[in-house]
Design a binder for this molecule. Structure first.
Ligand code: GCB
Length: 599
């Protein structure tokens, strides 16, 4: 799915700002038919929750309504007119005046409504969007809604971040010609110092398709006619981690030499491959450094914010990180575009977090019912998960920064039914994209002995908390556990393994000369213990600390104003460990550190 843009043949209008807002109540019947009652307004893009002081709004379970008036530009007569919602978390229904024009389930991928036959250029329409934050055992991510004796719905979920909801990304209206370029798919291959840029164009309506590729200086380096084919580029500039280079591919749909539609996307030429126990980018072994992140800031919740985007990437650069994982859902497309332009490597994750009835915010219990079964993650959940994978790959397939798909975080891959659940999903992801490796971030209880899916993956990503949830305050014991665990995985599977999560809650300003959890020294020493172990393991291809920054969670006895495992605080101030990480990552760059001589 193409991200809308203004081109010589298309116009684009951004609908961000403050919208009328109302929480759904029993007496609110068909709210799209009139101006929303009350005087509430909510900012878009932003989660609505923390914008309001009323706990009944912040914690509302169910639907909320956003509404605004939109003028359809009068110059759009004869054009195709499309409304695009970048994200409605977790389900959206869109009304233009009294009419339902789109519905979508899945909180982190875009959807559109074709308004061509519904609106009139030059006239204003009332646009109403209902957003539902309810999670069930058949949604991705899963959750449970219960109705208390007071008649109020309450919600619980298995993921360790606050269930921010609403319109956290932009809303757009755009025009295209009636005959238009619907999709573009690019893959790249390297042959010596030349590249092949393979393209497939999905164009709607008659006309001739042609493409041309320009370099960063604007010079055309290759051209071709037809809806699919290969462009050959000699002396290619590669897209490299830390050294992005982007060509531009322009697609033109013409009719007898008249331009009908035109669309351009950036193209980074790079290859990704797993060979033996190595992860190769452009044929060179690559070692991931960086973080699992969250889209999470004060007040905005998961709202996309360009200033935080810039600042977070500045901090990644400052600390010497070369990568991050979009834990635990697809991020705003602007984030991936930024990563494309700045050479940051991305592991792109679906919203499938919490498919594990035995885990709660890192704490464990025995699942009361099996995770994979009729009342847990069942066929319907699996179908929803498949749809999430389809939408993720459809949206992000052309980003050079994305080097791997992570199709779930910490599912119960140790439980019965896991293989039956995941094998078809892994097959699906491979079918949709044969160019990128696939991983799952593996939970602590899934060990190299009991895991049921790891052999199906290209890279084994591990989430491990030795020294925190296990052997807390005892880094010596933690080191032995970790060593044994990593060795087990690498010896059994012979695949690249990486740490997708390791970290400890840390309160800035807490200090100790001993191994005392929550102190800044403990975070630093916990990390260096891990790094010693990583560097001894020949199959190890990367380390992503949990988390880049502190983030909001539900309340709980093990959470102090949220999860405090950030290397930066929620307002992005470095904790002590940031400096030692910086020293290590600047030193090692993109290459695996050489093991110490006593290894
Ligand atoms: C995990 C989860 C992550 C949590 C983290 C923690 O394993 O993947 O979402 O936030 O542990 O801090 O407990």
């Amino acid at each position: 799915m193409l991200k809308p843009q203004a081109t010589p043949t298309r116009d684009l209008i951004n609908l961000d700002g403050t919208w009328r807002f109302a929480v759904d109540t029993h007496d609110l019947v068909a709210p799209w038919e009139r101006v929303l009652p009350g005087r509430l307004e909510a900012a878009v893009p932003a989660s609505y929750n923390d914008q309001f002081v009323d706990p009944a709004i912040r914690g509302h379970v169910g639907v909320v309504w956003y509404q605004r008036t939109v003028f359809v530009p009068r110059g759009w007569g004869g054009e195709r007119i499309v409304l695009r919602i970048d994200a409605a978390t977790h389900a959206g229904s869109v009304y233009v005046e009294d009419r339902l024009v789109a519905e979508h389930v899945g909180g982190y991928t875009p959807f559109e409504a074709d308004l061509t036959d519904i609106v009139t250029p030059g006239e204003a329409v009332r646009l109403t969007i209902g957003v539902d934050n309810r999670l069930t055992n058949v949604t991705i991510p899963p959750g449970t809604v219960t109705t208390g004796p007071d008649g109020i719905q309450r919600q619980s979920y298995l993921h360790d971040f606050y269930n921010y909801a609403g319109l956290a990304r932009s809303v757009w209206m755009y025009s295209t010609p009636r005959r238009f370029v619907r999709d573009i798919a690019i893959t790249t291959e390297l042959i010596g110092s030349s590249a092949l840029v393979d393209f497939t164009i999905d164009a709607m309506g008659s006309g001739e398709v042609s493409v041309h590729l320009t370099d960063e200086a604007g010079a055309v380096v290759a051209r071709a006619d037809g809806a699919s084919g290969s462009l050959s580029v000699s002396d290619v500039h590669l897209w490299q981690p830390g050294a992005a280079y982007l060509y531009d591919l322009t697609v033109e749909l013409t009719d007898d030499e008249d331009l009908v539609d035109s669309f351009s996307i950036p193209v980074g030429v790079r290859t990704v491959e797993v060979r033996g126990n190595q992860f190769l980018i452009n044929g060179q072994p690559f070692y991931f450094t960086g973080f699992g992140k969250h889209e999470d800031t004060a007040i905005r919740g998961k709202g996309h914010d360009p200033a935080y985007l810039v600042h977070d990437f500045q901090l990644l650069d400052w600390i010497g990180a070369n990568s991050f994982r979009t834990s635990h859902y697809p991020y705003a497309e602007e984030v991936l575009e930024f990563a494309d332009r700045h050479g940051i490597v991305v592991i792109d994750e679906t919203a499938a977090v919490g498919l594990n009835l035995g885990v709660m915010g890192g704490l464990t219990g025995s699942p009361a019912i099996p995770t994979f079964g009729p009342d847990g993650c069942n066929d319907e959940t699996q179908a929803a998960h498949a749809q999430h994978i389809r939408e993720l790959i459809a949206r992000d397939k052309n980003h050079p920064s994305v080097v791997m798909w992570c199709i779930a975080n910490e599912p119960a891959t140790n439980e019965e039914g896991a293989r039956e659940y995941f094998a078809p999903l892994i097959d699906l992801a491979r079918e949709l994209d044969s160019t990128r490796p696939i991983t799952i971030a593996e939970v602590m209880f899934a060990t190299f002995e009991n895991d049921r899916v790891a052999d199906l993956l290209d890279v084994i990503s591990l989430n491990r908390y030795y020294g925190w949830y296990v052997a807390v305050g005892d880094l010596q014991t933690a080191e032995q556990y970790l060593e044994h665990d990593l060795r087990g995985w690498s010896e059994k599977f012979g695949k690249p393994i990486m740490m997708a999560e390791y970290g400890v809650d840390t309160l800035p300003g807490a200090h100790s000369v001993w191994d005392v959890p929550w102190t800044e020294e403990y975070q630093r020493d916990y990390l260096s213990m891990h790094h010693r172990v990583f560097d001894r393991n020949p199959s190890f291809v990367g380390e992503q600390v949990w988390n880049f920054a502190d983030f909001q969670t539900t309340v709980g006895i093990h959470r102090v104003e949220g999860n405090r495992k950030g290397i930066f605080s929620r307002d992005r101030k470095p904790k002590g460990a940031a400096h030692s990480l910086r020293e290590r990552w600047k030193r090692i760059g993109n290459r695996k550190p050489t093991p110490p001589t006593d290894a």
